[in-house]
Design a protein around this ligand. Sequence first.
Ligand code: GSH
Length: 329
Amino acid sequence: MGLLVEGKWQDRWYDTKSTGGKFVRSHSQWRDFVTVDGMPAAGRTRGFKAEPGRYHLYVSLACPWAHRTLIFRALKKLEDIISVSVVHHYMGENGWTFRSDDGATGDTLYGLDYLHQIYTMADPTYSGRVTVPVLWDKKEKTIVSNESSEIIRMLNQAFDAWGDAAVNFYPEPLRGEIDAVNELVYPSINNGVYRAGFATSQTAYEEAFNELFAALDTLEDRLSRQRYLVGNTLTEADWRLFTTLVRFDPVYVGHFKTNLRRIADYPNLSNYLRDLYQVQGVAETVNMLHIKAHYYGSHTGINPTGIIPLGPEIDLDAPHNRGKLLKAA
Ligand SMILES: N[C@@H](CCC(=O)N[C@@H](CS)C(=O)NCC(=O)O)C(=O)O
């Protein structure tokens, strides 16, 4: 685990000393957009035109942020339009690597060894974290974006000439409500599990823990009345929550100590989790081996032995009861 400083790799864990034990996620630095006409997005100077075969995703199957992009790629039917490399689940002293065992693909574009080499190919003097996902432009040999929330917006509409234009997870009339749900889910749940797990003071852990379960309780109640987070329409807000929920019982409850309740203890959230998992094309994006091996195996500060728990037993294919809410609506 480490980061680049002026293009040089340095092996370092997150600094929580300067923040009283709190984990503070750094901002993604590559924030351009692929657009239909190739014009730069508002406030940006670089433009990238949507073209089939031009872009590539670097992902980890363990990572909830990268997982969002794989779900959008699958559900928008962009598999033949945007190619993918999968990093190895073990993130050690060199950060994410292109080892190609255990279902990782290696770097299918350039045959490099480490993800940080992709960052320095784009900018030899880059300083910052080397994270997945990365949306890569093969033509300009550069990074378009390393911010998952923006990559999924691109996948949702910029490639509609080739993908499934009928699927829209960010429809205009629902944008206000989707954004409002994201504003609760991102800090308290998606990032909340990390804030609990990476905290290095009791106070920081407890603050994140309490906020996390308060937010889950709110969503449990919300999902007792409607099938999805925004009424009865499946939206981006659901996929953003899904990638955290699917990792919750297998990893976060134990590894990140978020153990007040499991998702299995919430009737609505657990049925909702199975409902989303069973959407055609989604199960194939979930890789429990990478998920468990990455967290338990890579965070040696939290789990020094690297032992990966065998449980829990979870059947995401079991029936769910969410259809009844749709009928009642
Ligand atoms: N805000 C980013 C966060 C991405 C992120 O933090 N990814 C993690 C893996 S789950 C990572 O690559 N971490 C490596 C590091 O921080 O050094 C996004 O949503 O795309």
